[in-house]
Design a protein around this ligand. Structure first.
Ligand SMILES: Cc1cc2nc3c(=O)[nH]c(=O)nc-3n(C[C@H](O)[C@H](O)[C@H](O)COP(=O)(O)OP(=O)(O)OC[C@H]3O[C@@H](n4cnc5c(N)ncnc54)[C@H](O)[C@@H]3O)c2cc1C
Length: 446
């Protein structure tokens, strides 16, 4: 049977980046233009299939999986319009952040903030509530000035703060549950360099006044190992200084750090004591804490080829001190060591109904572990502690939250469900994951 859509065909297995979620969709279709999205929705509807859009699969959980029609958005990419006066850029939903960064750079522009990854799609980033760090910066959603969404009836709806604002508040961070994001318009800033400064200090000295630490640089982060009471600090500050000659090498050191963690994880399978020994040993070529200048998007991000699992919760900044002590104590006590760090980042609140940062200045607390079953229990212990502090799960990371555990944490939960019931009455964009975290669409037949 011909699928009247872009390129496509019957499906191979699809899996996410971490290989922690897989599916065998009834159909895998690659969108190359907006009409392909409209056609895919029409096709899925006519066959009684559910549909999920997929970006690059950089979410750690099955959020993008389906047994229905999987719409691969990565071929639907590129710049639609760039307005240097606003400045702003409109991109297709499947555009990678990396591609966007390069295009903006050429135009003398940049995004003001981002996380550590630039291999994911713009639509995937906003749909899962991506963020970087910065007490005075919103999560990635804060760049969004408007978007267009193809809904279950095949119509293309545009929305922004001044046009269909209720739809906009629901759609920016919507887990792919309201429709397929076709284009996104993002606010930009003139391109800039960042000074990257690493350091180390006692954890207690940060937790004495965590807000002061968070505000001590434009983009401040700290991280902890389970066996140490010292925190590693990372501060990024805008600067007029030129890019350092050794910037590329120092950026690569982050990648090598992850290779070292993965190797320590393997050694830990033989004997757990090797993890800490391997991570604390002085290695030839260690150049100590870095201090260098790089172009903003290279300073924010680094290549991350080594696979791992991450779980992250967004907490009110007021709750962060207690929560960090709680998880650090739990991780210290836990028999199994993870070679990776617990990482704490910050953002302002935003006003998107399902954004983990909705309505509160936020501290994000993340733990990363090797991808082996042995670490599942550590993730659960960590997650339980963060839930005690009213944490909201990062929608794209490895969590076990359900609609029952998260609904009360979102004041706009009912409003979101009303929009969902109106846009997707039959549950076309639902899936096992979506039903778990959002419940069924009211009256859904799929
Ligand atoms: C190595 C690594 C580093 C990471 N670093 C960070 C970090 O620093 N900060 C952070 O916040 N997160 C981070 N993450 C999490 C990750 O960035 C997000 O979950 C990711 O952005 C999702 O983008 P994606 O393109 O991979 O989307 P996918 O994982 O493929 O999909 C995610 C969701 O988006 C939906 N979606 C995708 N495209 C569309 C569309 N066009 N329309 C509607 N819905 C769509 C899917 O249906 C699904 O619900 C990291 C993940 C990895 C693996």
């Amino acid at each position: 049977m011909r699928i009247p859509l872009g390129r496509g065909g019957s499906s191979p297995l699809w899996s996410n980046w971490a290989r922690s979620a897989r599916c065998a969709p009834a159909r895998l279709v690659r969108a190359a233009q907006e009409q392909d999205i409209v056609d895919a929705i029409g096709y899925a509807k006519s066959r009684g299939l559910r549909l999920r859009a997929a970006g690059t699969g950089h979410s750690f959980n099955p959020i993008a999986t389906t047994d229905g029609l999987l719409l691969d958005m990565t071929g639907y990419n590129g710049i639609v319009a760039l307005d240097p006066t606003t400045p702003s850029v409109t991109v297709r939903g499947g555009t990678l952040l990396r591609e966007l960064n390069w295009a903006l750079d050429k135009a003398g522009l940049a995004l003001s903030n981002m996380g550590t990854l630039e291999e994911q799609t713009i639509a995937g980033a906003i749909s899962t509530g991506n963020h970087g760090s910065g007490l005075h910066h919103a999560p990635f959603s804060g760049h969004v000035l408007g978007l267009t969404l193809v809904t279950a009836d095949g119509s293309v709806r545009s929305c922004g703060p001044d046009h269909e604002p209720d739809l906009f508040r629901a759609a920016v961070t919507s887990l792919g549950a309201l429709g397929v994001i076709s284009t996104v318009t993002l606010r930009c800033v003139p391109k800039f360099n960042l000074r990257v400064t690493e350091g180390s200090r006692p954890l207690d000295s940060i937790l004495e006044d965590i807000e002061a630490y968070a505000g001590s640089a434009e983009h401040a982060t700290f991280s902890l190992k389970g066996w140490s009471d010292n925190a590693s600090t990372l501060k990024l500050e805008p600067t007029d200084a030129p890019v350092s000659p050794d910037a590329a090498r120092l950026r690569r050191a982050n990648t090598l750090g992850e290779v070292r963690c993965a190797t320590a994880g393997l050694a830990g399978r033989v004997d757990q004591r090797f993890v800490q020994r391997f991570m604390t040993a002085q290695v030839g070529g260690d150049s100590g804490p870095a201090d260098y200048v790089d172009v903003s998007y290279n300073a924010f991000t680094f290549p991350q080829p080594v696979k791992f699992l991450s779980l992250e919760y967004a907490l009110s900044l007021d709750a962060a001190t207690e929560a960090v002590r709680h998880v650090h104590d739990d991780v210290k006590r836990f028999g199994l060591r993870t070679p990776y760090s617990i990482t704490v980042r910050f953002s302002t609140g935003d006003d998107y109904l399902l954004s983990p940062a909705q309505g509160r200045t936020t501290a994000y607390v993340n733990i990363t572990v090797p991808r082996t079953v042995a670490y599942t229990e550590l993730l659960r212990v960590f997650e339980a502690a963060l839930r005690d502090h009213h944490g909201r799960p990062h929608w794209g990371k490895a969590h076990t939250a359900t609609a029952a555990t998260v609904a009360d944490l979102y004041p706009g939960w009912k409003e979101f469900q009303d929009v969902r019931a109106e846009l997707d009455p039959d549950g076309m964009f639902s899936s096992d994951y979506v039903r778990r975290v959002l419940g069924s669409t009211r009256g859904a037949s799929l």
